[in-house]
Design a protein around this ligand. Structure first.
Ligand SMILES: CCCCCCCCCCCC(=O)SCCNC(=O)CCNC(=O)[C@H](O)C(C)(C)COP(=O)(O)OP(=O)(O)OC[C@H]1O[C@@H](n2cnc3c(N)ncnc32)[C@H](O)[C@@H]1OP(=O)(O)O
Length: 200
């Protein structure tokens, strides 16, 4: 194994360590049922201004959980008439990313493992559900499902993930300046806060 392709190890395990703690919903988190809106207008997952994006719509759930819907469009195909697996993983990633906001924590995906259980045809609405299961230091352990045929339909995809809490500097130091400036100037205060402040 080369250094450029390090092996996964216990450090990247998706199983929380024994001394992990339960996630805590921030007192100012939006009430269950409240739409979360996009954290960034050009986000591939949730941004309304991203013509090639998923336009996923997420809502706060109970505790540290969210629900979301994503409609598979013809642009999302892999096999003829079926959603591309990477697109479905993106929908899971976006849903899992949005749930961290209920703790008012900024975090990025460290590891994401997806199970594909059923094919998902074009025009299907994928009903997503994500929740944080445990927190250990900066590591946030979470899980998500995507169902078809309705919110209580069969599970088509599922994922487990570890997100890593980061400071806002993560984006400022690594992102492109023109997009960072545009996001900071966003007149939508909630969206600007979700992108750049932990405790607005
Ligand atoms: C503006 C929009 C806002 C809102 C943002 C919302 C965005 C939503 C979009 C969906 C989400 C995405 O796709 S986010 C984009 C995709 N992800 C990324 O680009 C992340 C790229 N990776 C990185 O930048 C880095 O590797 C980090 C930040 C993840 C970790 O680097 P670091 O900060 O130096 O931290 P490090 O010391 O290495 O590790 C800290 C702890 O995390 C553990 N850890 C580190 N990497 C992993 C890993 N892959 N899997 C498991 N665990 C890991 C370590 O073992 C350690 O545990 P211990 O020793 O403490 O026990």
């Amino acid at each position: 194994m080369s250094a450029a392709n390090p092996p996964s190890s216990a450090k990247t395990s998706l199983v929380p360590p024994p001394d992990a703690v339960a996630p805590v919903r921030h007192p100012d988190a939006p009430a269950p049922g409240t739409p979360l809106g996009a954290h960034y207008d050009l986000c591939f997952g949730c941004g309304g201004g991203q013509p090639h994006g998923l336009h996923l719509v997420a809502r706060a759930g109970e505790g540290v959980s969210v629900t979301a819907e994503f409609t598979v469009k013809p642009a999302h195909q892999g096999a003829p008439g079926l959603a591309h697996g990477g697109v479905l993983t993106s929908a899971l990633d976006e849903t899992l990313g949005s749930v961290n906001w209920l703790m008012h924590v900024i975090a990025v995906t460290g590891r994401l493992e997806t199970d594909f259980l059923r094919p998902v045809p074009v025009d299907t609405v994928l009903h997503l559900d994500a929740r944080v299961t445990a927190v250990h230091g900066r590591k946030i352990y979470s899980t998500a499902t995507g169902r078809i045929g309705g919110p209580d339909g069969p599970v088509a995809v599922r994922a487990d993930a570890v997100f890593i809490e980061v400071k806002v500097e993560h984006f400022i130091e690594n992102g492109r300046q023109e997009e960072i400036r545009a996001a900071m100037d966003d007149p939508d205060q909630v969206r600007r806060a979700r992108a750049f402040e932990v405790n607005p």
